[in-house]
Design a protein around this ligand. Structure first.
Ligand code: PAF
Length: 278
């Protein structure tokens, strides 16, 4: 695995491979890599000749600065985890290496997708994420780019982003990877106590309850039940049942072709998210 800190070197390494007719898969990350990330990188290596991965804790997508400071940074372990599947790792030396000296931000119009759910609780998060992803996708210019479906709203916004900035990169959504107790894999899980990690399994339990029993209840009834299951254990920020296409509320199950259940909450001072679709 070749590691570079510089955009110029990265693009020339990629160009060299493309000139030999190789296809390129890209996995952007913020590091603190785990099996969830590895599953994206493995998928990229199955589908493309060359895998490029980036590790960059993007300051513009954190609306709370303590969250940015707390974000785990584990470069040496990250390299070890991915070295068998990744060909080029981009670890930018500084934010300027990604954004340029001016750090100018673009305000994208995602037709409201960015204001729902996570957007309501993390103002500016999706614009910050979209700006850095736009930079990376343009620099790497890969055939495919891989995103985890744990961040389903992010995945939807990135699909819209490539339309807006007219890139040919195919956006591939990859299934959520879970721990044995059902907790969705996340870099933030490393910040949980042993007890918190166990207790957080109630999130996927409640999501599965909705998946299994939704037809026995109205939308509102099952939302209340699932919230009640979780709230004694975890501080619920939201548990919303939305249409997966518009991300908007609906009244009756027949009103949505594909239902998206989205959760965010806090335990041990750590913010966790999860979702299920059916
Ligand atoms: O999902 C993430 O880890 C980040 O939002 C991403 C896509 C790497 C952009 O910083």
């Amino acid at each position: 695995m070749k590691v570079t800190n510089f955009k110029k070197e990265l693009t020339s390494l990629i160009e060299e491979k493309k000139n030999k007719g190789k296809t390129v898969g890209f996995v952007p990350t913020m590091g603190a890599l785990h099996n969830g990330h590895l599953s994206l990188i493995k998928k990229a290596s199955e589908e493309c000749d060359i895998v490029v991965c980036s590790i960059f804790v993007n300051p513009t997508q954190f609306n709370v600065s303590s969250d940015l400071d707390k974000y785990p940074r584990t470069l040496e372990a990250d390299k070890k985890l991915i070295e068998d599947y990744c060909d080029i790792l981009f670890f930018p030396e500084s934010p300027e290496e990604v954004y340029g000296a001016k750090m100018e931000m673009i305000e994208f119009d995602f037709e409201g997708l960015e204001n729902e759910l996570e957007g309501e609780f993390r103002p500016g998060h999706f614009q910050g994420m979209a700006n850095v992803v736009a930079k990376f996708l343009t620099i790497v210019n890969s055939d495919k780019a891989y995103f985890g479906l744990k961040d389903f709203q992010q995945y939807k916004i990135v699909c819209k982003l490539v339309e807006l900035i007219k890139l040919d990169t195919e956006i591939v959504g990859c299934a959520i990877i879970r721990e044995e107790n059902g907790l969705a894999r996340s870099s933030r899980n490393e910040l949980l106590t042993k007890e918190g990690r166990e207790a957080a399994s109630v999130i996927s339990y409640a999501m599965n309850y909705i998946l299994k029993y939704h037809s026995c209840f109205t939308v509102i009834e099952i939302q209340k039940k699932a919230k009640a299951m979780i709230s004694g254990i975890i501080e619920v920020e939201y548990l919303e049942i939305r249409d997966s296409n518009s991300l908007l509320n609906f009244e009756n199950w027949e009103d949505s072709k594909e239902v998206f259940v989205s959760f965010a909450g806090h335990i041990d001072g750590v913010r966790l998210i999860d979702n299920v679709r059916f």
